[in-house]
Design a protein around this ligand. Sequence first.
Ligand SMILES: [Ca+2]
Length: 418
Amino acid sequence: MEAVSRPCGTGKSSPETHLVRTRSIAGPYLAAAILTLIAACGGGGGGSGQATVVPPPVIPAPPQIALVPRYDNLAAPTGVTHAGDNTGKLYVLEQVGRIRLIDNGTLLAAPFLDISARVVSGGEQGLLGLAFPPGHAASGRFYVNYTRISDGSTVIARYQRTPDPNVADPNSEVVLLTIPQPFANHNGGQLSFGPDGFLYIGMGDGGSGGDPQNNAQNPGSLLGKMLRIDVESAPDPGLPYAIPQTNPFVQTAGFRGEIWALGLRNPWRFSFDRQMGDLYIADVGQGSFEEVDFQAAGSAGGQNYGWNIMEGAHCFGNPACSQTGLVLPVAEYDHGQGCSITGGFVYRGQVYPGLAGFYIYADFCSGRFWGLKRDGTAWQNTLLLTEPHSISSFGEDEAGNLYAADLAAGVVYEIVVP
Ligand SMILES: [Ca+2]
């Protein structure tokens, strides 16, 4: 039932030794790992005295982390990001529909933007995403993702800063994309510009449970997908944005051209490794498994991450499901260790070299934080911290320092190595 290995049999599994399930781990690495565990448990290892087990290539474990509160009295924070404009400012999303600004280490009283009158908030709805395009310093433009008050539809919209750099114009909205949401949950939320300068949008399957409308596998639906659109170039005729001609399905009948990848349930948070350009998608599971999907830099897109044929690395519904053409996660954990994954970032800051290259993420319910890193063709996943938090989102500042927002506490923490 549990995804973790139970190396020494009795008692509860140790989250310290969370063995990542992945297709690529099969083969010599897994065999070596099992042998190592047998040897480590002592006894029953064959008793020959000649158990010369060759350990798998293991990357150094990351250091344990701690959370230091930096900004508080926030109202249900759902995101943290920066504008990439060398100002050092941080922007914090409040679910109700406000963007708060942290300037020179101080949380300003007046919001950068307040569109709460447009936003339906609560549960999985609200102001869910914010992204600044390349060139924001000159253009003053930025993009948000929210569920609108009239009917809960997802809105992707552009806004404009005013001449006062600490204030955006709430009347500058240009709606780029509206996606009807059949249920209140699974709205996705993340917005991020990729290294290619295109806007990536994580879109949930429309909600309820089990994807009853089969949206995630429907190539004609924008739900249950990763989308990629060009919002900073001249728009296509009849559209407020352009569809990149390098999108994987632009020439495929029956597919929406905006689709970058499909088979996602609720990619609430995803991020690009700022150094390598790799894409990490944390897809929230149904009742059993939470997963991290990985896409190497330079990918041509078009991956099918499996939902609702599979949940994590397991068949969902039909136990004899066909996995042909599906891309399995590089890491997963089961609901003995949490309930809802919150994707984070690969640490690329300069302060904690031991964390370099680790993708740090958490579970919203259990407050477990992990560090995930590729080790050759396998992946190593290490528990870094367990604390009672409701982490809705992670964020980076311009220097690569990492932050985590606690939705319930209204606090933004900095992730440090104590
Ligand atoms: Ca999947």
